[in-house]
Design a protein around this ligand. Sequence first.
Ligand code: HEC
Length: 174
Amino acid sequence: MVMRRACVLAVVLVMGGSALVGPAHAGRQFVATESDFECVTNWAQVGNLRVHHAKRKKLKKAVRILTKDKPGRKLPVGTIIQLVPFEAMVKRGKGFNPEVGDWEFFTLRPRRDGTDILSRGQDAVNFLGGGCVVCHQAAADFDFVCRDGHGCVDIPLDDELIRTLQEGDARCAS
Ligand code: HEC
């Protein structure tokens, strides 16, 4: 009987302990909403990428990391990267999805006066029906940023088409 009570106490302690540790391990999260997205050509440009962070210092850091393009560097929580106006990856924060660098993947519908989020999370698929995570995992050494040459299966968009799509972003007109 005494043993049993000790056991119950141990279980309660362990559970209580993990509940306390859990949130601390999850880390600070950036949860993007529709108003975090805008005309992509307003954002910083690195090669063919458009990059945004609400904090100027963090944006500078993100731009520096992407410009240097060295393996092993991690982009700051809150970084948003877009190649085309209708897809985005957003750095959520530690513990969100460690298998893919805690990035959240989005499909978007840009409108003249805003943005609709069509899908988000690990199961988002791109305009060709391919899973974002499956492809981007190949670029693990570069914080899952594929670019040209980080090991991801290619997508059929050349730089000229990417530029045309960015400049044609419906949100840039107003
Ligand atoms: C078939 C593989 C594949 C799939 C599926 C895929 N991507 Fe990518 N993605 C790439 C490649 C390759 C690039 C780099 C293209 C370039 O720069 O020429 C890229 C680039 C990007 C970029 C710019 C940053 C970077 O990684 O270079 C974003 C943002 C992005 N993809 C988001 C998504 C989202 C969101 C999805 C799902 C909705 C998705 N991708 C699905 C292969 C893929």
